[in-house]
Design a protein around this ligand. Structure first.
Ligand code: GRF
Length: 221
C-alpha cells in the first residue's frame, strides 16, 4: 500500500474540520492518516471526535506553560513522537511560534473563514458582513510567522446573500471548509505542492483547477 501521510491536527473547539479530515482518511479519499489530534481545551468536541474515530487524542492545556515557546516545544515533542509529517491547524485558537514552525518547515497548514488576504484575524466572517462584500469564502494556507498571511494553497468562494447574518454566512462557509481542507492535504500528499516565495505552485493535472473551488451558487443572481 502506498505511504499514508501522517497528519497531526491541532484543534480547540467543535472540530468539524477535523471530522472532515477524519472522514476523508477513513473513506480513502486522501492518502493520509491522522496520527494524533492535540487539543488545548478540556472537554472540546474535537477530542471526542478523535476518540470516536479511534485516533490518538491528546489534551495539552496551554495554561500549564508560562510562555508560548514552552507550550510549542511540548507540542513539537508530542507530534514528533507520533511521527507527524504534516501539521493541520483546524480551529486551533493559539498563535504558534517559530519553535513550532521551525520544527515543521513548510509543513504547517491552517484554514481561515475568508478569502485571504481579506479579513484575517479572529472575526473573518463578521468583517466580511460589515464590509458588505458580495463574495467571501475560505482559505487553506501555509502558516508563517504572521497572522493568516502565509502562502495560499486552496480557496473556495461563497456568495454573501441578502439577509445573511454572521451565523448564516459562517455556516455556509464551513461547508466549503470541509471540502477544501481534505483537498489541500491531498495535494501535499501527492507531492504536487511547491512553495515559490509567497506563491504556491501546484504541479500535475489541473493544477489551476485544484486551487479554487466555487460553491455552485456563486454565479446565481
Ligand atoms: C473554522 O471556521 C475555521 O476556519 C476557523 O475556526 C473554525 C473551526 O471550526 N479557523 P471547527 O472547530 O473545525 O468546527
Amino acid at each position: 500500500m502506498a505511504h499514508l501521510l501522517r497528519l497531526g491536527v491541532l484543534a480547540s473547539g467543535s472540530g468539524s474540520n477535523l471530522q472532515s479530515i477524519l472522514d476523508a482518511c477513513a473513506q480513502h479519499r486522501i492518502a493520509a492518516e491522522v496520527a494524533a489530534v492535540i487539543c488545548n481545551v478540556p472537554g472540546a468536541r474535537a477530542l471526542q471526535r478523535a476518540k470516536e474515530a479511534g485516533v490518538p487524542a491528546v489534551l495539552l492545556p496551554h495554561q500549564e506553560h508560562a510562555r508560548r515557546e514552552e507550550y510549542d516545544a511540548r507540542l513539537v515533542a508530542e507530534l514528533r513522537s507520533r511521527g507527524v509529517e504534516l501539521l493541520c491547524l483546524a480551529g486551533f485558537m493559539r498563535i504558534v511560534t517559530p519553535v513550532l514552525l521551525s520544527a515543521f518547515p513548510q509543513r504547517v497548514l491552517n484554514i481561515h473563514p475568508s478569502l485571504l488576504p481579506a479579513f484575517p484575524g479572529m472575526h473573518g466572517v463578521r468583517q466580511a458582513i460589515r464590509a458588505g462584500v458580495r463574495v467571501s469564502g475560505c482559505t487553506v494556507h501555509f502558516v508563517d510567522e504572521g497572522t493568516d498571511c502565509g502562502p495560499i494553497l486552496v480557496q473556495a468562494a461563497v456568495p454573501v446573500l441578502e439577509g445573511d447574518t454572521e451565523e448564516s454566512l459562517a455556516a455556509r462557509i464551513l461547508l466549503q471548509e470541509h471540502r477544501i481542507y481534505p483537498r489541500a492535504i491531498q495535494l501535499v500528499a501527492e507531492g504536487r505542492v511547491a512553495l515559490e516565495g509567497q506563491r504556491v505552485r501546484i504541479s500535475g493535472p489541473q493544477g489551476d483547477a485544484a486551487r479554487t473551488l466555487s460553491s455552485p451558487a456563486v454565479d446565481e443572481p
